[in-house]
Write a protein that binds this ligand. Structure first.
Ligand code: UTP
Ligand code: MN
Length: 521
């Protein structure tokens, strides 16, 4: 077999193809062995040899892909170790379920004029998880190809990485934020606790910085960089300010630069707040207390009741973290739809007006689906459903209201009352009468979707955020499709793909179905 000599110098250290089009593959129907999809790794092979080998294989009836995709069955490389190839694939193309083979498999197959069985001597040696590593199966760099429950076996590391991710976000460094978030997410998905640095072999998305953090924690129990950050004044202050509803990083940073540090200073300052921020600051002490599942259920019953007054057959679905099985949340998310498309229009106004009349609403911000503020926004990030971000006034359990001890020390109002020296009954009665606050402010999001988009909206609003992000990234890179909370568009067939259920959406994407409780990426 006369093959081109090996390239001494390589032009491109990475994998080629990310910029190549599918058209470069030639018509797939011409391939005699279409069940076999070959991807040639350019690294160390060089582009001209790669291109020569591609042409040769195509002439012999093989299907050669210009870039890594799900339809690749054989990844062929020359002079790279299996780990090197996996790392390259991971950086650019995601999970690899294909066989990693040496060039010898390729040349022998060309010589035989047909794809040969892969024998052990053809296989590249992999020292990673794919081969004798901690779990024995490759781990995808895409959260939508991992099952992540709430049973996090690596919280010591993920908590530290979360601090670094938050700090990157507060520094408006999106790249670093994503890198730390991805690393943390992948550790959350592991079915084992990392106890030594070797346990990390074969795990994608772990850069040197993340590995160093993990190593520090393994050795010393803590990571100094993280500990220092937690003590850092800017980090502390910006975290405090951005935890106010309606305050983003830019505003928090501006206040910090103006010398503000505490909520007390902010409240005492003459700084002009938006209506949203005003409400956020007013109900701050309540809003930073996590919402419990019991509270979410109470709110669900109230919202359902309100919605059914106007549309008895409407569907009210709890989404967000609570749908993923979380016991606590920062808010409660609901998705509302009606089987007869169009019926849901205007519903939100009726519901909010009614709830407001009942005294249940402390703040509301309704966005109409036709609202101009969604125009020209990225549909993958900003959906244009009619929605309402609100602060709900949840009445506390009457029993709790009557018992000062359970109202507790956390309640600033309870402290003001004082209850020494009186008979208990009298004290209770007085407490109930005097205590002004028998409710809790809770953030609630209500979203309405037309029935035809319901499955997409449900998938989009169930989260987690990283899971959603990776679903979209996966759709784009592997399927040439655009996924949003409204639809899935096939950019090759130039058509929208309809789906009645989340399962159908996963099927369109060629992904195994992942239930909500395993989307806690
Ligand atoms: P949340 O921010 O409520 O997060 O968004 P969560 O997962 O429920 O977690 P906690 O407990 O409240 O903190 C829920 C999902 O809704 C989508 C997000 O992508 C997320 O996956 N979402 C949220 C939107 O699509 N648009 C928004 O404006 C807000
Ligand atoms: Mn939520």
């Amino acid at each position: 077999m006369a093959l081109l000599p090996q390239k001494k110098k390589r032009k491109d250290p990475g994998l080629p193809g990310a910029s190549h089009s599918w058209a470069g593959d030639g018509p797939l129907t011409l391939a005699k062995f279409s069940e076999v999809g070959i991807f040639l790794v350019e690294r160390k092979m060089g582009s001209s040899r790669r291109s020569f080998l591609s042409q040769l294989a195509r002439k012999k009836g093989f299907r050669v892909e210009e870039r890594m995709s799900e339809s690749v069955t054989h990844v062929v490389s020359e002079n790279n170790s299996g780990d090197e190839v996996l790392e390259l694939l991971d950086k650019q193309s995601g999970i690899c379920r294909a066989a990693l083979v040496d060039i010898t498999w390729f040349t022998e197959s060309m010589g035989a004029g047909k794809p040969l069985e892969v024998e052990n001597r053809h296989r590249l040696q992999v020292k990673t998880a794919a081969d004798g590593g901690p779990i024995g199966i490759p781990i995808s760099q895409y959260a939508c190809q991992r099952r992540t429950t709430l049973d996090n076996k690596n919280s010591l590391f993920t908590e530290a990485l979360k601090v670094l991710a938050e700090n990157a976000q507060l520094c408006e460094n999106e790249g670093r934020y994503l890198a730390f978030t991805r690393a943390s997410s992948i550790l959350k998905s592991l079915p084992y606790s990392v106890t030594k640095i070797d346990d990390l072999q074969g795990i994608p998305s772990l850069g040197e910085h993340c590995k160093k953090v993990i190593q520090d924690i393994l050795e010393d129990g803590i990571c100094r960089e993280v500990e220092e950050l937690i003590q850092n004044e800017r980090y502390q202050t910006l975290k405090r300010f951005t935890s106010i509803f309606g305050v983003g990083v830019k505003t928090a940073d501006k206040w910090y630069r103006e010398g503000l540090r505490t909520l007390h200073e902010l409240r005492a300052s003459k700084i002009l707040l938006t209506k949203e921020q005003g409400a956020g600051l007013l109900y701050y002490e309540d809003l930073i207390v996590p919402v419990t599942r019991t509270e979410a259920d109470s709110i669900r019953k109230i919202v359902e009741g309100a919605v059914h007054r106007f549309l008895p057959a409407a569907v009210v679905k709890l989404t967000g973290g609570f749908r993923r099985g979380k016991e606590y949340g920062h808010d409660v998310d609901f998705l509302i739809t009606h089987q007869e498309e169009g019926k849901e229009q205007g519903l939100l106004y009726q519901v909010i007006n009614w709830m407001a009349a009942q005294g249940m609403i402390l703040y509301d911000d309704i966005t109409d689906s036709k609202d101009q503020k969604w125009k020209n926004k990225e549909p993958e990030i900003f959906d244009s459903f009619a929605k309402c971000f609100l602060i709900f006034k949840l009445q506390k359990d009457v029993v709790n209201v009557l018992r000062p001890n359970t109202a507790g020390d956390h309640d600033p109002l309870a402290k003001e009352i004082g209850h020494g020296g009186r008979a208990e009954t009298c004290e209770r009665a007085t407490y109930a009468a005097v205590k002004v606050k028998d409710w809790k402010a809770v953030r609630v999001d209500l979203v309405t979707a037309p029935f035809g988009q319901y499955a997409y909206a449900l998938l989009g609003w169930t989260g987690s955020q990283l899971f959603e992000r990776d679903l979209r990234r996966y759709a784009k890179h592997f399927k040439h499709m655009s996924l949003s909370s409204h639809s899935l568009f096939d950019n090759e067939q130039k058509k929208f793909l309809s789906a009645a259920t989340e399962e159908e959406i996963f099927a369109h994407l060629g992904l195994d179905y992942i239930p909500p409780e395993e989307r806690n990426a």
